[in-house]
Write a protein that binds this ligand. Structure first.
Ligand code: BG6
Ligand code: MG
Length: 218
């Protein structure tokens, strides 16, 4: 393990499984507009910004709304989502993530957060991880959404690392594409067919074994 590297973690779907809460809030919104929003539809919103998520959802329901109405829905959806977030605890950290962070700390390997979520700091605080990251880049810091590499390039800068020495951990196709566009090493978490463009793919976060890490860092 000689190469100096740093990690940049996506949040939703990598550190915590918040997709289920986004789903419940988006589904209620679709119900109120009179159309069905399924878990398959929800897959399309992973890694996608809040505003773009609403646009996709409205396209699914073939609903056209004014900017003012959209803004109201974005606010009410987020308030409902935050009701779930506010109940989150460290129990919701995904398998192996705490061990992985402990390992990185013990080996002086820096890590940052690179998330599309504007709620990222609150979620990290709820699960007790807010103070562990050297840098946090979230939806409030970027002007271009994934698959644009901006979020990860800002993360690398904040870590004072070259992009090619950064390892991104991502569960979304757009996130893997963003990491690749930033010329970073990418670890996709999820379906190997969907995340085939990643440098490595793990079925889930439990796959972060010592052997796997040693292989990534060699
Ligand atoms: C991403 C999620 O991390 O954050 C998306 O994968 C979500 O599903 C996006 O839409 C924005 O999140 P938030 O918390 O700002 O609404
Ligand atoms: Mg994600």
């Amino acid at each position: 393990m000689k190469k100096e590297i740093a990690f940049i973690f996506d949040l939703d779907g990598v550190i915590v499984d918040t997709a289920k809460y986004h789903f419940l809030a988006w589904k209620n919104l679709a119900d109120s507009l009179g159309f069905v929003f399924t878990e398959e539809h929800n897959e399309l919103l992973k890694g996608v910004s809040r505003v773009r998520s609403l646009e996709i959802l409205l396209e699914i329901g073939k609903v056209t709304l004014s900017e003012e109405e959209k803004l109201k829905l974005l606010i009410s959806k987020n308030l409902e989502y935050l009701e779930f977030v506010n109940k989150m605890t460290a129990d919701e950290i995904l398998p192996s993530i705490t061990n992985l962070l402990d390992y990185l700390d013990a080996n002086n390997i820096k890590y940052a957060l690179g998330s599309a979520s504007k709620n990222a700091p609150l979620i990290l605080e709820k699960v007790g991880l807010l103070n562990r990251f050297t840098a946090i880049v979230d939806g409030n810091d970027v002007s271009k959404a994934k698959p644009d590499p901006e979020v990860f390039l800002i993360g690398a800068k904040k870590l004072n690392m070259k992009p090619e020495n950064c390892v991104v951990v991502e569960d979304a196709i757009a996130g893997v594409e963003a990491a690749n566009a930033a010329k970073m090493i990418s670890i996709g978490i999820g379906d190997a067919e969907l995340l085939g463009k990643a440098t490595y793919v793990l079925k889930d976060t439990a796959g972060f074994t010592m052997d796997f890490l040693k292989n990534v860092m060699k």
